[in-house]
Design a protein around this ligand. Structure first.
Ligand SMILES: [Zn+2]
Length: 267
């Protein structure tokens, strides 16, 4: 995974124009929350270099990790529009996790309430969509066939044991979420944005593989909290032969693809 790290800075500074400027400003503000969290939690430790960026994780997910003494924070796309007090709360949660320190429940509650709310909002939106329009289209894209990909992955990684869910490309070329598994309706939806000759097949496979793991690892409830990407899930995810290549590709290309999708919509 270390191969992707040089891109982190590039993408942030590569933003141009007013929106890019605002984005840089927001990110640097968010970064200052992480610096404060480090200083408040471990006042005697020297402040590490911190890199913060948004990342198109599949679902609500954020990570913090250390590489060569530098701290890398990836905030899930879904929280891109979260207010600053929520970002601040998340900063303390993640830094607390990294430093194995309990943080004040009052601080973490701000993020938790927000994520509960946005989960509800997302669910409401999904329900509305399901009522209004047909969300499912077809597993056969212009370039990739999800059925074939599923069959191959099932054979390679799951001993053909996974029951085939309904597989479908999404109707819209959204980039906020690349894949989605709906346990209730036994459906895997993959963002149509990936059905393109510019996308390597292992990237589509990686997204399908991730969603297949959700079938293998149902959501756990620990102390009333939902655990979606458990350590066991993440361990299995790394079994994918092109795990770092796919992760790396998404990291490098997603911003560019999102811009193209915006242009296409305008036309
Ligand atoms: Zn997931």
């Amino acid at each position: 995974m270390s191969a992707e790290l040089p891109h982190l800075q590039l993408k942030v500074s590569g933003q141009t124009g007013i929106i890019g400027g605002l984005m840089d400003e927001k990110l640097s503000q968010i970064k200052s929350f992480y610096e404060r969290a480090f200083l408040e939690i471990k006042p005697r430790n020297p402040l590490p270099e911190i890199n913060v960026r948004f990342y198109p994780y599949l679902g609500i997910n954020h990570t913090i990790r250390v590489r060569d003494g530098k701290v890398y924070v990836r905030i899930g796309e879904i929280c891109r529009d979260a207010p600053l007090d929520v970002q601040e709360s998340l900063a303390f949660i993640l830094v607390g996790k990294l430093l194995r320190t309990r943080i004040s429940p009052a601080v973490s509650a701000i993020y938790r309430d927000y994520s509960k709310l946005s989960e509800l909002r997302e669910q409401a939106l999904k329900n509305k969509k399901a009522r209004g329009k047909k969300v499912i289209s077809s597993p056969y894209g212009e370039f990739f066939d999800l059925e074939t990909i599923f069959e191959r992955l099932n054979l390679l990684y799951f001993g053909n044991k996974l029951k085939k869910p309904t597989l479908s490309w999404s109707r819209d070329r959204t980039f906020r979420i690349l894949g989605h598994h709906d346990a209730e309706h036994e459906t895997i939806i993959v963002s149509k944005s990936l059905d393109s000759p510019e996308v390597p097949e292992f990237v589509v496979e990686y997204v399908v593989f991730h969603e297949m793991l959700h079938i293998l690892h149902p959501v756990e409830r620990v102390n009333g909290r939902r655990r979606i990407h458990t350590p066991a899930f993440k361990r299995d995810e790394r079994q994918f032969a092109y795990y770092s290549e796919a992760d790396n590709w998404i990291d490098r290309n997603i911003a560019q693809f999102r811009r193209k999708a915006r242009k296409r919509r305008k036309r």
